[in-house]
Design a protein around this ligand. Structure first.
Ligand SMILES: *Cc1c(COP(=O)(O)O)cnc(C)c1O
Length: 425
């Protein structure tokens, strides 16, 4: 299948004659075998097949195949949340005593996972600016560095990652680049085409798109040569004694090693599996991804232009606006547009933001982004409520900053709602 829209609709599940046209929900924890020997082969990874949904499920696998095809990857795994995906993506490569370089402009939950929780597990992170020069980036590496992590478009900072450059520096140090591609989705950016090695998603956002199911995903490009840096990645290149001594990169090749290890070790032991029903909903969302993303982008571009021309608006950040700090990187990596998310501040600061939000009628105040419905969040009065204005500024969150996630309603109605709320400020 060639076109990305066709892949959104059809990839991952092909019924044979007489089978359901729509992806079936295999809501079964377990699978029946005629002999214990047949099942034993599955446990040894000697034969392919299903035995327990914590490890693999046909519904989940179909949706994972679709996402792998959309990203242009070799294999994918679905998880119960984006947080689980971020954790597994790194922990599949790094253990206690190892080190990882991460962009400082990442989702707050990811930052906390890395800086606090994984640090407690003995993995050290160095955070670098997404704008770091090659020299600054190189200086962050140590002999025990195992990966570089960043977000294509950072949530909520909206910084655009220079994927090609980060990949080049990561590869010069013999490690893969992991990119969280949640905001642009594979419709607007495919990080593998720019040299990234592994992609993660919070499928909770645009891939689902209707705010129904929390979920995550990891996709492998299949291009990173684990054997070339075998001493750095013993988990992939030496026998796994918990699986009868198989060597993942040998048995499953470069295309399958990373995701098989992730399933066989991490999903087996941590168990963050999504329910088949949630994967079914995710698949429904993905069937219209190629239709929704251009509409999100067009509506967000219209909202960004409207806001930046409005006398009561102090500032707007959206890489589709000429003059935005990330306009040039956006043109390179996101030629079809970035996403539906922009941030802005009104004159009148924190109080002005509260008045503005109170008066919105169509846009809903929620802790979410990337929904078909327009929604908004004011971090200073909600998620970051306990912080003073000085603390907020030090943490990179302006007290007047509102994060607007523009939906796919009619643009005139979205702009009219923004206009009437601005009048009250
Ligand atoms: C929401 C989000 C996450 C976390 O995903 P959950 O599905 O909420 O666990 C990770 N990365 C980015 C960029 C996100 O927006």
């Amino acid at each position: 299948m060639s076109g990305i829209g066709t892949k959104c609709v059809q990839e991952g599940y092909t019924p044979r004659s007489g089978e359901p046209r729509v992806l079936p929900i295999v809501q079964s924890t377990t699978f029946k075998y005629d002999t214990g020997e047949a099942m034993g082969k599955l446990f040894d990874l000697e034969a392919e097949g299903y035995f327990y949904t914590r490890l693999q499920n046909p519904t989940n696998d179909s949706v994972a195949r679709k996402l792998a095809a959309l990203e242009g990857g070799s294999a994918a795994i679905l998880l119960s949340s984006g947080q689980a995906a971020s954790f597994y993506s790194v922990f599949n490569l790094a253990s206690a005593g190892d080190h990882v370089v991460s962009s400082a402009a990442v989702y707050g939950g990811t930052y906390n996972l890395f800086a606090v929780t994984m640090k407690r597990m003995g993995i050290d992170f160095t955070f670098v600016s997404p704008d770091a020069t090659d020299e600054e980036l190189s200086a962050a590496f140590r002999p025990n560095t195992k990966a570089v992590f960043g977000e294509t478009i950072a949530n909520p900072a909206l910084a655009v990652l220079d994927i090609e450059r980060f990949a080049r520096v990561a590869h010069a140090h013999g490690v893969p680049l992991i990119v969280d591609n949640t905001f642009p989705t594979p419709i607007n950016c495919r990080p593998f085409e720019w040299g990234a090695d592994i992609v993660t998603h919070s499928t909770t956002k645009y891939l689902d798109g209707h705010a129904t199911s929390v979920g995550g995903a990891i996709v492998d490009s299949g291009k990173f040569d684990w054997f070339r840096y075998a001493d750095k990645f013993p988990g992939l290149t030496t026998p796994d004694e918990s699986y009868h001594g198989i060597v993942y990169a040998e048995k499953f090749g470069l295309g399958g090693a990373y995701v098989t290890k992730c399933t066989a070790q991490l999903m087996r032991d941590f168990g963050s599996i999504p329910s088949p029903f949630n994967c079914f909903l995710l698949n429904l969302g993905m069937e219209t991804l190629h239709l929704r993303m251009p509409r999100h982008v067009a509506n967000a571009q219209a909202a960004a232009e409207f806001l930046s021309a409005h006398p009561k608006v102090a500032w707007v950040q959206y890489c589709g606006l000429p003059g935005d700090k990330y306009y040039e990187l956006g043109k390179k990596y996101l030629p079809n547009g970035s996403s539906g998310v922009l941030s802005f501040g009104v004159k009148g600061g924190r109080a002005g933001a509260e008045t503005f939000m109170k008066n919105l009628k169509l846009a809903a105040i929620v802790t979410h982004v990337a929904d078909a419905r327009t929604c908004i969040l004011h971090p200073a009065s909600t998620t970051h409520r306990q912080m003073s204005d000085e603390e907020l500024i030090a943490g990179g969150v302006a007290p007047d900053m509102m994060r607007l996630s523009v939906g796919i309603e009619d643009p005139e109605d979205i702009l009219a709602d923004l206009a009437q709320a601005l009048e009250k400020v």
